[in-house]
Design a protein around this ligand. Structure first.
Ligand code: BG6
Length: 460
């Protein structure tokens, strides 16, 4: 048996299953390693080096968090927790937008740049701008040896191990966990959460176990495969969520676009009735998160509207009794997650969407490891929008168009068959052909080797 640095059995190799699904399944280990480095004795949090030392933190009046792509969605999760735990006003901004308007980043700001590779030019430029404005700078990064770590005053590492797949999964949940711990550290520096401390820390220390439970839940992946088969003929979908779950809807939509090439839009459920509802109909399935009774109550009238328009409804929810079963009874299918504490739901709720992107991508015969939707770092960012635009055409690798059947066309399923036989998890074409090339797509050199080319720390 071969073990990799993360303790995963039989780590990926060329010709094996795609890295994308392997990395989804590596999340429990990635999170456990990431967590372990910050957990001290008696629930002490080991996060007190500059700029997270008490003296610096006392001077912090606001937090500015910036990132690109999936890392940006992880950054969004941090805002809720930093504001809630530490009561520090927090702005989250895509790195490509940084510097395009007057911003309040100054010497009272903790500026946090989040990146798997530590090499995204926009993120580097945003951190540099924050530094020039006098902010205290912190990198949350997976590749220890990267320009972002060099540029920031301090670093919090995600220990997700090497990343081979273009589309980020294990780095994303690891980033979300580190940012949650950062929220706790900021609260601690302000003497907040004293009573709740143990409970909160204990709760976050269970994230790896909770994600493992979700991945191993025996009815989840077969149901996801059914939903993937169902979605295959469609051109678009919306993913609706509220509050802490909204970044997960945006992240799920990004994964579906990038890996499965379906137009997917994450949207606040409460905003959907202000215009986008016009899009709902039989040709637009809606995926909706609903966990608490309160969410159910809030979503019920929207669900009635969706059903009145014959829009297929897929619910992501958790096992166990709810006071109100009305929403579930209106859904065409439910993707069931194990019950988890509400704080941990976002990190667990993204799992079915990652799996859905994988199975839909496979069903469409796509190369899920190299979806080709990412601009080369050389032409992204650094304010060089015009240069980038002029180069986009030749740089994007052409992909064969997925074969998509119109809803109702012969051979296209029109509804999810409850209890239908699921295919084997390996069904669909094997897309592992490029597996040996970490980073793929011919990137060379330190700054252009965007994904997993050796900078991420491995574990003994
Ligand atoms: C994109 C990738 O190109 O870059 C995403 O497809 C990633 O998966 C994003 O989230 C940002 O990269 P990084 O390395 O800065 O987190």
């Amino acid at each position: 048996m071969v073990m990799d640095g993360l303790g995963n059995m039989n780590p990926p190799k060329n010709g094996d299953r795609p890295y994308f699904i392997k990395e989804i399944n590596e999340q429990p280990n990635a999170l456990a390693y990431t967590l372990a480095q910050f957990m001290g004795q008696n629930f002490q949090l080991k996060m007190n080096r500059p700029p997270l030392d008490d003296q610096t933190l006392k001077s912090i009046q606001k937090t500015y968090i910036t990132a690109c792509g999936t890392s940006y969605h992880a950054a969004m999760t941090a805002r809720y927790l930093i504001e809630e735990f530490a009561q520090i006003p927090t702005v989250v901004e895509p790195a490509s937008e940084c510097g395009r308007h007057h911003s309040l980043v100054d010497e009272t700001t903790l500026a946090v740049a989040v990146s798997q590779s530590g090499r995204s030019p926009d993120t580097l430029a945003a951190l540099d701008l924050a530094r020039r404005r006098g902010a205290h700078t912190l990198a949350v990064v997976n590749e220890a040896d990267s320009p972002l770590t060099e540029a920031a005053m301090g670093t919090l590492l995600t220990l997700a191990g090497k990343v081979h797949s273009k589309a980020s999964t294990k780095a994303f949940t690891s980033q979300s966990l580190v940012l949650a711990l950062l929220g706790l550290r900021l609260a601690q520096s302000r003497n907040l959460l004293r009573k709740e401390w143990r409970q909160e820390i204990e709760s976050f220390s269970r994230v790896p176990e909770m994600i493992r439970e979700a991945l191993m839940k025996k009815d989840l992946e077969p149901k996801v495969i059914e939903v993937a088969k169902f979605l295959n003929p469609y051109f678009q979908t919306f993913i609706l969520a509220r509050g802490h779950l909204l970044p997960m809807a945006l992240e799920g939509a990004l994964k579906l676009k990038e890996v499965a090439k379906i137009h997917a839009e994450g949207y606040p459920a409460g905003e959907f009735g202000h215009g986008p509802l016009a899009m709902a109909g039989p040709d637009t399935p809606i995926i909706m998160f609903s966990f608490s009774d309160e969410e159910e109550a809030n979503s019920l009238s929207l669900a009635f509207e969706l059903k009145a328009r014959n829009a297929p409804l897929i619910l992501i929810t958790e096992d166990g009794p709810k006071k109100d079963q009305a929403l579930a009874s209106m859904a065409d299918t439910c993707l069931p997650l194990p019950q988890v504490p509400s704080r941990l739901r976002p990190m667990v709720a993204v799992i079915p969407l990652q799996l859905l992107a994988f199975h839909l991508g496979q069903a469409r015969g796509l190369d899920v490891d190299h979806p080709g939707g990412t601009l080369q770092p050389e032409i992204r960012g650094l304010g060089s929008e015009d240069t980038a635009k002029s180069q986009i055409g030749p740089q994007i690798k052409s992909q064969p168009a997925p074969q998509i059947l119109a809803p109702g066309a012969p051979g296209s399923p029109v509804s999810v068959q409850a209890g239908s036989q699921s295919g084997p998890l390996d069904s669909g074409p094997d897309q592992a052909g490029n597996g040996g090339q970490a980073g793929g797509q011919g990137k060379a050199g330190a700054r252009s080797g965007k994904k997993g080319n050796g900078g991420a720390p491995d574990h003994p």
